[in-house]
Ligand binder design. Structure first.
Ligand SMILES: [Zn+2]
Ligand SMILES: [Zn+2]
Length: 276
């Protein structure tokens, strides 16, 4: 029954596993740390006007987010290792020869992974908000004013649920290693951006028929604050289709942008007066 285990070269697998864990922690620390440092320390005053909420997360919250995120890093690395072992055993649809399916399929596969992950996230997220399961998801919701460090602040069970999309996609259709890398990179960047609580998207965007389908930091900040709305990750169309979009989402987004503009004008005014 466990014959496949004897086909795994453990002398190779164990060092790769350790490297995966270490790189996951360094990658997380560097990316979340850099985003937090630039926005909330270096550009703290200059970018204050872009904040969705005019407050900052407390240090104790960030400490707790880092603690749970380190556990998430180990779980993600373990599942990545599982994918590598399954691929070694020839039971995934991962391919390495770029010419096998061509460039158009490569682009399609990256888009398909993002669209399927969004659907997977929306429905598993709604399930995690079901009362008997909510205690698992509660850790992520302990952060009301979110930071870059909230992105991977999950209970270990939720971390498994979140990352299960990767093996699912690997078994579903052919994917190149590079398309997996691009997909994971997009996932991390998008997660950091929607949790960092800075609204850089242009005014009017969420009312646009096409660009309004893209999720924003305001969209996800509302989810953390109101809890029972805005479950989508990359897009808003599942929320629009199933009536879970916050009824005042568009107005709140516009008010965040209006406030940013007002602060900018009030900052520019004294400078103009001093020059005249
Ligand atoms: Zn939630
Ligand atoms: Zn979140």
């Amino acid at each position: 029954m466990y014959d496949f285990l004897s086909r795994v070269e453990w002398a190779v697998v164990i060092p790769i596993y350790i490297i995966l864990i270490l790189t996951a922690q360094i990658r997380y620390g560097l990316m979340a740390g850099l985003v937090y440092f630039v926005s909330s320390i270096w550009k703290r005053e200059a970018w204050f006007r872009f904040r969705v909420y005019q407050t900052y997360a407390k240090k104790a919250q960030i400490k707790s987010e880092i603690k749970w995120s380190l556990v998430t890093g180990v779980i993600f690395s373990t599942m990545e290792m599982g994918v590598i072992v399954c691929n070694y055993l020839g039971i995934t649809q991962i391919y390495t020869d770029f010419s096998e399916y061509g460039i158009f399929y490569f682009i399609f596969s990256v888009i398909a992974m993002i669209v399927l992950h969004d659907a997977y996230f929306y429905w598993t997220h709604r399930l995690l908000h079901w009362k008997p399961l909510y205690k698992i998801h509660k850790i992520h919701h302990d952060s009301v004013v979110t930071t870059a460090f909230t992105s991977f602040n999950f209970h270990p069970i939720e971390a498994v649920v979140q990352f299960s999309i990767l093996p699912i996609l690997m078994f579903l259709f052919p994917v190149h290693w590079l398309s997996i890398t691009l997909f994971l990179f997009y996932m991390v960047i998008f997660n950091l951006s929607v949790h960092n609580s800075y609204e850089f998207y242009p005014k009017g965007m969420v009312r646009n028929k096409v660009f309004g389908q893209l999720s924003t930091p305001t969209h996800h900040s509302l989810h953390h604050k109101r809890v029972n709305c805005n479950y989508g990750l990359y897009f808003t169309y599942w929320d629009r289709l199933f009536g879970t979009l916050h009824p005042e989402y568009e107005e709140i987004f516009e008010s965040v942008k209006d406030r940013a503009e007002e602060i900018k004008l009030s900052m520019d005014q004294p400078q103009k007066e001093a020059m005249s």
